[in-house]
Structure formats: C-alpha cells, structure tokens
Design a protein around this ligand. Structure first.
Ligand SMILES: [Zn+2]
Length: 205
C-alpha cells in the first residue's frame, strides 16, 4: 500500500464504511450515533479511515469519514471520535484491516455478568471466528472501561486472546476486528450471537 492516500481512496473507504454503518444501524447496534467503524488504508505509516463522530450511523455519506494516524489524530477530514485512537491501536496490535466498535446491549449485559471474561465452548458458531466448535474453550476478554484511550489500549493489549478477534469493554460495548470490513462484520455478527446466546441461557448455579 502506498503511503500517499488520495482523496479518492478516502472517499472509497468512506463509501464502504457508510454502507457497513447502515447495515450495523439496521441491526440496532449503532443507536443514538454511538459506535464507529474503521478500515486500514495505509500501513507505513499506519492510516485508518474512521467514521466521523456525531453522525447518525444509518445515514452516513462517503464524505463522513476521517483519515487518522496511529495515534487516532486526524490527518484529513473532520473531527474523529476519541475512540479512533483505540481503532488504530487494535490495527497496529493485531494486523487487522478493519475494526468495529459498537455499543450492544448483550455486550454490556454480559460484561456485567462475567467481568472476568466470557467462556464459550461446544457451540457450532465458534467456527465463525475460526475456532473448532468442540473441545476447545475460548474466552472473550472483558476489560474495565476508561475515558483514556491509552489506558484502554493497554488493557486491551494485556487481556487480548489471540483466538478471539474481539474484546468487551465493561459498561460500554464491544471492539471486534477482521482482515477487512466484511470479515470484521462477520466476526461482529458471530461474537454478538454468542453474547446473546449466553445472555439468554440460564445462569449456572
Ligand atoms: Zn464507544
């Protein structure tokens, strides 16, 4: 990837993120302008296109996008969400090409119920995050929330489970990643499905 990101490249990324956001909004996962999506558009130096802050995520246009650097600071476009810094950290840490951040009810509810992490086992849907359906227990980490993205990033890095492309932030929501926006969405759908399953299952005594 070239280190020069053209306006056209950014607009194409914006169009892709707008389409993904509309889909996420239709699932009810980006209510009240919450959440943000990003796609890596350059690696050296790291550059991400991130959805612009404060907009209705069901109505984004290709121009509602901000180009940010490895610190989440705007390189071009409007004002990014402070959370852009964590998107950049996840992309640098995991090599992901796209990051999803949503405030879903299931992630917040399960983060409350299982603050030490949420273990999944013997569920066919685990195949959706590249794990065997049986005989392997995979834990979705839960980290404490912070308004300081550096602190939150350190917690994410320390708690990360390489077999699970996601982390729950307690009292807040979910970060999920994948090789590209499509895979990041599929991972989000799977993780959210697993969380909803746990939430609707009886608690163990
Ligand atoms: Zn958030």
């Amino acid at each position: 990837m070239s280190s020069e990101i053209s306006d056209l490249d950014l607009k194409e990324a914006g169009a892709q993120l707008a389409a993904e956001s509309a889909r996420f909004a239709s699932f009810g996962w980006m209510r009240g302008t919450s959440g943000n999506l990003s796609v890596v558009v350059g690696r050296d130096p790291l550059r991400l296109a991130v959805t612009a802050s404060g907009h209705d995520k069901g109505e984004l246009t290709p121009d509602d996008v901000v180009l940010v650097d490895a610190d989440g600071a705007a390189v071009r476009g409007g004002k990014p969400s402070a959370e852009a810094e964590l998107h950049a950290r996840v992309a640098a840490l995991t090599g992901a090409g796209a990051v999803v951040h949503v405030h879903t009810v299931a992630s917040v509810a399960m983060g409350r119920r299982a603050p030490g992490g949420i273990a999944f086992k013997d569920v066919e849907m685990l195949k959706g995050v590249g794990q065997p359906a049986h005989d392997v227990e995979v834990t979705l980490p839960v980290i404490a929330n912070s308004q300081d993205m550096k602190v939150l990033g350190d917690r994410l890095e320390a708690a990360r489970e390489p077999r699970m492309p996601a982390v729950v932030v307690a009292g807040h929501g979910l970060y999920v990643w994948g090789a590209d926006p499509r895979q990041a969405r599929h991972h989000t759908e799977v993780v959210e499905w697993l969380l909803e399953l746990e939430l609707s299952s009886p608690r163990e005594a």
